[in-house]
Design a protein around this ligand. Structure first.
Ligand code: GLN
Length: 549
């Protein structure tokens, strides 16, 4: 503890899911940080999986990876992007982890013959983990996953209720996020769901001091009054978070509604007014960029589930902020490329056969990979800026091996048991039997080759980036690929693992084995994304000029 006790803000959700609780938590964190406070955030997930690493992206959305190699909820990505501070495995835990610990304690005999129960043993473990994450911070914003009333999240709700007595009433603030739906037939916003949801929360012994109401449009002050009356919350503590143009507008909107003032008042915190100039700049460039539009074709498999590429699409938008342009992402289905050929699919998705850039994101499994390899070939041959990420690097390596190094049956061991494995599994991965948490995970150093594009973009010799994969470039083929013109511009410091590849005589062709998107934020856009979008912008300007001539 750094002298001052930590203040806790618990954010619960009501009515429906997908109201943007994670973003609200992140924006609250950003606002308090902008007032000079040391802020951390924590997400409690009610499901029994130990972590989301083994869940399908269609079920869970993106798996966010921290520096220390935890596979976590995608809300941690929002937290990092909004407060610009790295999260760790302490900042997210699941019911599965809580039960795993308690059961291990029980097997060791720690409970000395007692009956092990949800209260106090599970709730104690939840509180222990919350206090652990909060240690050393002025403010800890705790987002409780799920909706109040869900059976699964009850132990979390009970734990945060108890915690108020443990740390002192003046150090705890409960905020409840709800939906105020608009009913078109009646031409009215309805507060009843909010009333019910607050009543339910009150039934568990928690009376929220602030209610954030999500709505499609600005709410009438009369509705705030009504909610205040029925929910026993001060009128100026009913905060209206109506739909905004960009998620990065949220801190500004919540500030305008007075949220950070109320939080500081209720928690008895003295700070100056927040410095929001960064957020104002970000909003200006996202809503009215000065240098035009670029279209990036993102060729992937889970194109129908954009949530699984959350950090990636954000990182691309951050690069738009850095380049003062608007980046449109065209999600291109790689299996459609296999069926219909690349030009038709690109034209349909991007409105042009030659998008300004092509990006292949991370992914798992063989499905759609031939379409991705075809997209690499197209980008390479047509001189379209290309950025490959994780699986994208593996696709680029395979394409290059087949077409430039004469290894016509080049493939990855992930896809087939036949062929030449230019992408292969490391020995330690071959010995691994468990699926959960066993990939190469978390931050690893990478040395950048002098004279490479990577080196000039990062402006550094050594970098650290986050990984989440099982397969790697097979070192047996490095010499051959290198002779054919592939540059291995980033390697692990011992030279053993390939981290970055480039093709020199191409406007912009670079792929990485790691996930740079996890470290991009609107206030510090990632240099590789910034470079990629700059190259795409240059192409689009060139094309526009040609057309004008
Ligand atoms: N499936 C590949 C691997 O496991 C790539 C993983 C990824 O793109 N994150 O190595």
């Amino acid at each position: 503890m750094n002298g001052r006790p930590t203040k806790f803000i618990f954010l619960t959700g009501g009515v429906v899911s997908s109201l943007g609780k994670g973003l609200s938590a992140a924006a609250i964190g950003a606002l308090l940080q902008a007032r000079g406070l040391k802020v951390t955030l924590l997400k409690l997930d009610p499901y029994i999986n130990v972590d989301p690493g083994t869940m399908s992206p269609t079920q869970h959305g993106e798996v966010f990876v921290t520096d220390d190699g935890a596979e976590t909820d995608l809300d941690l990505g929002h937290y990092e992007r909004f407060i610009g501070r790295p999260m760790s495995r302490k900042n997210n835990f699941t019911s599965g982890q809580v039960y795993e610990t308690v059961i291990a304690n029980e097997r060791r005999g720690d409970y000395l013959g007692g009956t092990v129960q949800v209260i106090p043993h599970i709730t104690d473990e939840i509180k222990r983990r919350i206090l652990l994450a909060a240690d050393g911070f002025d403010i800890c914003v705790v987002e409780v996953g799920g909706i109040v009333g869900d059976i699964e999240s009850l132990p979390f709700i009970e734990a945060i209720r108890q915690l108020r007595a443990d740390v002192g009433h003046s150090h705890v603030l409960y905020i409840h996020l709800t939906l105020v739906p608009y009913i078109a037939a009646a031409d009215e916003f309805k507060t009843k769901p909010t009333q019910h949801s607050v009543k339910e929360l009150t039934g568990f012994g928690i009376l929220p001091s602030i209610i954030i109401c999500r709505s499609e449009n600005l709410l009438d002050p009369k509705l705030k009054k009504k909610i205040s009356l029925f929910c026993d919350v001060r009128e100026d503590c009913v905060i209206n978070a109506y739909d905004v143009r960009s998620i990065y507008e949220l801190p500004l909107l919540l500030h305008k509604e007075g949220l950070d003032d109320r939080v500081c008042e209720l928690l008895n915190i003295w700070t100056g007014a927040p410095n929001l100039s960064d957020w104002e700049h970000i909003l200006r460039t996202t809503t009215s960029p000065q240098r035009g539009n670029v279209t990036i074709a993102m060729v992937g498999k889970y194109v129908d589930l954009k949530e699984s590429y959350k950090s990636l699409s954000e990182a691309i938008h951050h690069a738009g902020i850095a380049n003062d342009c608007r980046v449109m992402i065209a999600y291109v289905d790689s299996e459609a490329i296999e069926r219909e050929g690349i030009e038709g699919v690109l034209s349909r998705a991007c409105g042009t056969k030659t998008p300004d850039g092509i990006l292949i994101p991370g992914g798992f499994g063989v499905r759609g990979t031939e379409g991705k390899i075809e997209a690499v070939r197209y980008a390479r041959e047509k001189g379209i800026p290309f950025f490959g990420i994780c699986l994208g690097l593996q696709m680029a390596t395979i394409e290059f091996a087949r077409s430039q190094a004469g290894i016509i049956d080049a493939t990855s061991r992930e896809f087939s048991d036949q062929g030449t494995f230019v992408i292969d599994m490391m020995e330690e991965q071959k010995r691994t039997r468990d699926m959960g948490g066993t990939m190469r995970l978390g931050s690893y150093p990478c040395a950048l080759a002098a004279g490479s594009r990577a080196r000039s973009l990062y402006e550094a010799e050594m970098i650290n980036e986050r990984h989440r994969h099982r397969f790697e470039v097979n070192n047996d083929f490095r010499e051959k690929l290198s002779k054919a013109g592939l540059l291995f511009s980033g390697l692990s410091p011992d030279g053993f693992l390939v981290e970055i590849i480039e093709i020199k005589d191409h406007p912009w062709f670079l792929a990485v084995q790691y996930h740079p998107e996890f470290k991009s934020s609107p206030r510090a856009p990632h240099p590789l994304f910034t470079g990629f979008v700059a190259a795409a912008l240059a192409q689009s300007v060139e094309r526009r000029e040609k057309k004008d001539r």
